[in-house]
Design a protein around this ligand. Structure first.
Ligand SMILES: [Zn+2]
Length: 296
């Protein structure tokens, strides 16, 4: 009996090992969705930053190191969006951890032409890292995730590829829908709090002409707000788009003074009600802008 039990335990153990999933931790909820889309049932995915949090600044918890300790991959946006990542990576003491930088093949915007220093605020030194909000850039992200999943499990390459194709097909279909909704809005100007939507507006032919922040990462000042209101009036800006994690007091006052509408835009999956996946996230932003333009 004892021998049988032992054999059973070994067999069950082997079966479990055979089904071992690739453990992936991502920085953002969006990357978790993309990783699940490609990895399917071969991956176990967890993420660090909740959709409602400001991804630039997070409080580092010991549990983050623990998550990375047993992970195969850590999937990141890169371009120093996650300035807090190196501390977690070091703290995880995981020698086999592969850190994936999804920005590798993305065409980068707002790359500083001069050396960045503290007087410029928290300027992203490698350019604007908020590229995941352009749905076309998701393709480069998916490819980077696929390449790295294949490194861990080459036998599953075909499976990952077909998953990627299926997600891409859905993305293309939604993209056509978004383009249709946004095409009458070409040239629409808006103001946002931070530089979160540069890639998004470029894709859809809109433009962000000013920011509530005087400099990236620096809270609003009265003199900057006054200048911004003047700029909005003179250039006919009717929309202030506010990321889900910023306070609405100053942006709200700016919007009123400039005769504009304040709308909440969302930067990450799960950051607001009705943004449970990436398609809903982009849907939310597209619809919020379309209805603000219609209403003004
Ligand atoms: Zn930023």
């Amino acid at each position: 009996m004892k021998k049988l039990m032992l054999t059973l335990t070994i067999l069950l153990g082997l079966a479990a090992a055979g089904e071992a999933k690739i453990k992936v931790v991502t920085s953002l909820s969006d990357l978790a969705e993309f990783t699940k889309a490609v990895g399917g049932d071969k991956v176990e995915v967890d993420f660090l930053v909740r959709g409602s949090q400001n991804p630039h600044y997070i409080e580092i918890k010991p549990s983050y190191m623990l998550k990375l300790k047993s992970a195969n991959l850590f999937v990141t946006i890169g371009m120093q969006l996650e300035i807090w990542a190196p501390q977690i990576i070091d703290g995880s003491r995981n020698p086999i951890l592969i850190v994936v930088d999804c920005s590798k093949n993305v065409k980068k915007l707002e790359v500083p032409s001069v050396k960045v220093d503290a007087s410029m605020g928290d300027v992203h030194p490698f350019g604007n890292p908020h590229y995941w909000l352009d749905p076309e850039n998701v393709k480069a992200i998916l490819q980077e995730i696929l390449d790295n999943l294949v490194k861990v499990s080459p036998a599953d390459a075909e499976y990952f590829k077909s998953n990627l194709k299926a997600y891409m097909k859905k993305l293309d279909a939604k993209m056509a829908e978004w383009m249709l909704l946004m095409s009458p809005l070409k040239g629409t100007k808006l103001v946002t709090y931070h530089t979160s939507f540069s890639y998004f507006v470029e894709r859809f032919g809109l433009s962000v002409v000013g920011y509530v922040e005087p400099k990236p990462g620096i809270p609003p000042t009265p003199s900057h707000s006054t200048e911004l209101i003047q700029l909005m009036r003179s250039s006919g800006v009717k929309i202030v788009g506010l990321e889900q994690y910023y306070e609405d007091n100053t942006p709200g006052q700016i919007a009123i003074a400039a005769g504009a509408r304040l709308i909440r835009l969302c930067t990450s999956v799960g950051g607001m009600d009705g943004t449970g996946d990436y398609f809903q996230l982009i849907d939310h932003n597209v619809r919020a802008i379309v209805s603000a333009v219609k209403g003004s």
